[in-house]
Design a protein around this ligand. Structure first.
Ligand SMILES: [Zn+2]
Length: 762
C-alpha cells in the first residue's frame, strides 16, 4: 500500500514536471523520416505553407473548365484540355511539353441489341438528356454507349443469365446443368474487371455478351435516382473498356512505346481484343430481356434489384447482338511537366492523374485531375518564394487511361531505361470523393504515406485523415482479432495494387515504388462512365464544396514535397517484409483450404450427399471428383522472407542510428545510399515476367488474369494455384524465392552503405 502510494506520488511529480517542460518549449514535432533535424524543421515549414495555400475554389473552377464538353480520346475537347493543362503548368513555372502516341482506339459504328423471340423489343442504347443538367444534352459530341475493344460481330442466339460472369458463376451453372455454348450471355456489372466477363464467357463457348447495370449495385436500391438523388437512373449506362489483361496500353504495340514509327501488330493478332462481341446496356434495356428468360430460378445470391423473378435460361428469349467499330489509330497526348531538382536532378519523383474521360467525366477523372493541378500550382508558388526541390519533380496528366491505361503505359514503355535509373516513386490519383482517406501501393511507402496522412486534417471531423481512416477500420472490422491488429499497429496497412489505374506500368512493368491515393466512402451517388458523371451531378451530390479535393491536394502535394527533399529516400522495409511474409502464408493457407475442400467434396460424393439432397424436380449435377492437391514446397519463399526481414531490420536500425545523431549524412554517402534504394525496387522484377503474361515483370505486385483491377500478390505462383495447376505453381516457387533473396541483398547493400556513412560521419 505504501509503495503503491509513493509510486503514485512520484508519477504525479513526473507528470507535473513534463507538463511544465511541455509548456515552456514549443511542442517538438517528430523528425521526418529521411531528414536530419535541421532539414526536418525547414521542410515542415514549406509543407505548412503548401497546405495552407491550397484553395478549394480553384478546384471548382478547373473542374468547370475541364468538364465543359465531352473529352474522350481523340475528341476535339480532349485536345483542348491537353493544351490548357500544358499552359497552366507553364504559367506556374514548370518546364512542360506534350508527348503524343498513336494508339488503336475503336469507336462504335453499329450497335444493336434486340429481343427477337418470344416477343420483340429493341434496346434504346441511349441515355436521355435531362433538362436540369446542362451538359447532359451535348449529344453530338458524346461517345455512344459501348465497350471499347469488343470485337466486331453479328450474332443471334438464346440468352443465358450468368450473374457477374466470373469463373465461379460458371461452376454454379454446371451444377444447374446449363451450358452457355452457342448462347449470348447477360451479366451484371460489378465484382471485378468488366473485361473478365466476355473473356470467361468466350472460354465457355458463348458467342456474345451483354453487360447491364443492376439497380442493386448502383441504382434505386442504393438511393434516389438522378436527378432527385445521385444514383444511376433507368437508362444510365456504364461505358468501359473490355480489353483483356495480358498487357495494358495500346493493343498493337505491347512492350514498346506507340510512337508513330513503332512496329505494330495486325489488329487480328492483338491478344487484348475480345473474342466475342460485347455491349453494355442500362437496366431499362435489360429488363425486357431478363423478363423473357425462363428455365430455373437463379440461386439466391444471383438475384438483383429488379422487380422480376430472375431466371437463368437458356431462352426462350432469343437475342440479336450486333457490334461494329471504326478501328482507327488515334493520338493520345500526355502532358509532362517538370520542376528541375537543385541537388539531384537525375532522381525523379513522379505524380500523375489522367484527364481523358468517357464523356464529361467530372468524378472520373477530373475530380482527381484538378487536385493534382492545384498541387502543381502551389509547388510553383513555393518555387517563386525561394523553395527548390532537391530532386526533380515530374507532374503528368495522362490521356487515354479509360480505354486501357494507354497514355501512361506508352510513356513508361518509351522511357523505360531512363525510368529504371531515375524514378524514386510514382504517386497516382484518379477519381476523388467525400469521406475517408485511402492509399494502396508498395509497402516500402506504407509508413511514409501514414506519416503524411497523420498531418492532414479531415474537413468534416477535425481529426487527422489517418486517424479517421483508422477508426473506420475498427468500426468495420469483422472480428476481435482484426480490431486488435488495427489497434496495436501504428500504421494503417495499405492494400497491394493490381492494374486499376495509371500506376500499373510504373509498378508492374518498371518496378517503381507506387502509391494510389484518394478519398471516398461517403459518396451517396454513382454515375460511373455515364453522361451524368458531369459538373452538375458532381457539385450536387459528391464533394460539393471541394473540401475533400482540397484534402487530396494537401496529401498528394505534401507527399511529393517530402519525397523530393528528403536526404534519404524515406522507404521502410520492415512493413514490406512483413507483408510479403503474409502473402507467403496466404499461399500456404490457400493450398491447405483447397486440399481440405477437395477431400471433403470427394467424401460427400462417396457418401451420396449430393444425390440424396438434390430436389428431384430440379436439375442438379453433382460436382466431379477432383484429385486432392499435392503438398508444395514453399521453403524457397519462406527462406526469402527470412532474408528480407533480416536485411530490413539491419537497414531500419542503421537509419534510426543516423537520425538519432541529428547530423547530415556525408553527401557521398547520401548519394550512394539513394542509388541503392532506387535499385531495391527494381530487384522485384524478373525480366521474363509472369509465366503467362510476360509484360508483368514484378514478381510480388501484380493483378490477376481473372480478377483484373485487384492485386494477386506473388502471381506467378498464385495464378497457377487458382487454376489448380499444382505442378506449375510449385515450379515457380524457386524463381520467386530467388527474387526475394535479390531484394534482401539489395536492402543489405543499402544497410552496409548507411552503416559505413554513419560511422564515418561520427
Ligand atoms: Zn479514371
Amino acid at each position: 500500500m505504501n509503495s503503491a502510494r509513493s509510486l503514485l506520488a512520484s508519477l504525479l511529480i513526473l507528470t507535473t514536471a513534463s507538463f511544465t517542460l511541455a509548456q515552456s518549449m514549443p511542442a517538438a514535432e517528430p523528425l521526418l523520416a529521411g531528414y536530419s533535424k535541421q532539414a526536418s524543421a525547414v521542410e515542415r515549414s514549406w509543407e505548412k505553407k503548401f497546405q495552407d495555400g491550397i484553395v478549394a475554389d480553384n478546384l471548382h473552377a478547373s473542374m468547370q473548365r475541364l468538364t465543359a464538353r465531352p473529352h474522350h480520346v481523340g475528341s476535339p475537347y480532349d485536345k483542348e484540355n491537353a493544351d490548357w493543362i500544358l499552359s497552366q503548368f507553364q504559367q506556374w513555372g514548370f518546364d512542360a511539353h506534350i508527348e503524343t502516341f498513336q494508339v488503336l482506339f475503336p469507336t462504335p459504328k453499329e450497335r444493336v441489341v434486340e429481343l427477337v423471340e418470344p416477343t420483340k423489343f429493341r434496346a434504346k442504347l441511349q441515355e436521355p438528356a435531362l433538362a436540369i443538367d446542362p451538359t447532359s444534352g451535348q449529344t453530338a459530341e458524346q461517345l455512344p454507349t459501348y465497350n471499347a475493344y469488343s470485337i466486331d460481330g453479328d450474332v443471334t442466339a438464346p440468352l443465358v443469365y450468368v450473374n457477374y460472369g466470373n469463373r465461379e458463376d460458371y461452376e454454379q451453372l454446371d451444377r444447374l446443368g446449363i451450358s452457355v455454348r452457342g448462347a449470348i450471355v447477360i451479366a451484371r456489372y460489378g465484382q471485378g474487371w468488366r473485361g473478365v466477363k466476355p473473356k470467361v464467357a468466350a472460354e465457355h463457348g458463348a458467342v456474345g455478351c451483354i453487360i447491364y447495370s443492376d439497380p442493386q449495385d448502383d441504382g434505386y436500391v442504393q438511393g434516389d435516382e438522378y436527378p432527385k438523388g445521385g444514383w444511376r437512373p433507368r437508362e444510365g449506362v456504364q461505358r468501359g473498356s473490355v480489353m483483356d489483361t495480358d498487357y495494358p496500353g495500346d493493343p498493337l504495340t505491347p512492350g514498346v512505346g506507340a510512337t508513330s514509327d513503332a512496329k505494330r501488330l495486325a489488329i487480328r493478332d492483338a491478344k487484348t481484343i475480345t473474342r466475342i462481341p460485347v455491349l453494355p446496356v442500362s437496366w431499362g434495356d435489360a429488363l425486357p430481356l431478363l423478363s423473357a428468360l425462363q428455365g430455373p430460378v437463379v440461386p439466391e445470391p444471383w438475384r438483383g434489384g429488379l422487380s422480376v423473378t430472375y431466371h437463368v435460361g437458356p431462352g426462350p428469349a432469343k437475342v440479336h447482338l450486333k457490334v461494329s467499330s471504326n478501328w482507327d489509330l488515334k493520338p493520345v497526348n500526355d502532358v509532362i511537366a517538370t520542376l528541375r531538382g537543385s541537388e539531384v536532378p537525375e532522381e525523379w519523383v513522379i505524380r500523375g492523374n489522367h484527364y481523358d474521360a468517357w464523356v464529361n467525366g467530372a468524378d472520373d477523372p477530373i475530380s482527381g485531375m484538378v487536385t493534382v493541378l492545384e498541387e502543381a500550382r502551389m509547388l510553383g508558388e513555393l518555387h517563386k518564394q525561394g523553395w527548390n526541390p532537391k530532386r526533380t519533380i515530374v507532374y503528368c496528366a495522362w490521356d487515354g487511361e479509360e480505354p486501357g491505361l494507354l497514355g501512361s503505359t506508352e510513356w513508361v514503355e518509351t522511357h523505360l531505361a531512363e525510368l529504371e535509373k531515375r524514378a524514386v516513386a510514382y504517386i497516382n490519383s484518379d477519381s476523388n470523393g467525400r469521406g475517408y482517406f485511402n492509399a494502396g501501393g508498395t509497402h516500402d511507402l506504407e509508413h511514409f504515406i501514414n506519416d503524411v496522412a497523420r498531418e492532414i486534417q479531415d474537413p468534416e471531423k477535425r481529426i487527422s485523415v489517418q486517424e479517421r481512416a483508422r477508426l473506420r477500420r475498427i468500426a468495420r472490422a469483422s472480428n476481435a482479432e482484426e480490431r486488435n491488429e488495427i489497434r496495436k499497429s501504428h500504421d494503417l496497412k495499405i492494400n497491394a495494387l493490381g492494374d486499376g489505374s495509371d500506376y500499373t506500368a510504373f509498378q508492374d512493368h518498371a518496378g517503381i515504388s507506387s502509391l494510389n491515393i484518394g478519398y471516398g466512402g461517403e459518396n451517396d451517388a454513382d454515375a460511373y462512365h455515364s453522361i451524368y458523371d458531369d459538373f452538375y451531378w458532381y457539385t450536387h451530390f459528391v464533394d460539393t464544396d471541394f473540401s475533400y479535393g482540397r484534402a487530396l491536394a494537401q496529401t498528394g502535394g505534401t507527399a511529393i514535397l517530402r519525397l523530393a527533399d528528403a536526404e534519404v529516400i524515406p522507404f521502410e522495409y520492415k512493413a514490406q517484409a512483413e507483408t510479403i511474409g503474409k502473402y507467403v502464408q496466404d499461399l500456404q493457407k490457400l493450398l491447405k483450404e483447397k486440399q481440405d475442400e477437395s477431400t471433403e467434396r470427394n467424401l460427400q460424393l462417396e457418401e451420396g450427399v449430393f444425390t440424396a439432397t438434390a430436389d428431384p424436380r430440379k436439375t442438379y449435377v453433382p460436382p466431379p471428383v477432383k484429385p486432392v492437391p499435392p503438398f508444395l514446397n514453399f521453403a524457397p519463399l519462406e527462406n526469402g522472407v527470412v532474408s528480407l526481414k533480416r536485411s530490413a531490420e539491419r537497414y531500419q536500425a542503421a537509419l534510426a542510428k543516423w537520425q538519432a545523431q541529428a547530423t547530415d549524412l556525408p553527401s557521398q554517402t547520401a548519394g550512394t545510399l539513394n542509388t541503392d534504394l532506387i535499385e531495391v525496387q527494381r530487384t522485384f522484377l524478373n525480366e521474363r515476367g509472369l509465366p503467362e503474361r510476360p509484360w508483368f515483370k514484378n514478381q510480388v505486385y501484380a493483378p490477376g488474369a481473372y480478377s483484373g483491377y485487384s492485386a494477386r500478390p506473388i502471381a506467378a505462383v498464385r495464378e497457377y494455384m487458382d487454376q489448380e495447376k499444382w505442378n506449375e505453381a510449385g515450379d515457380q516457387v524457386p524463381m520467386v524465392g530467388q527474387v526475394l533473396e535479390n531484394v534482401a541483398r539489395a536492402i543489405a547493400k543499402a544497410a552496409d552503405d548507411l552503416e559505413k556513412g554513419v560511422t564515418e560521419g561520427h
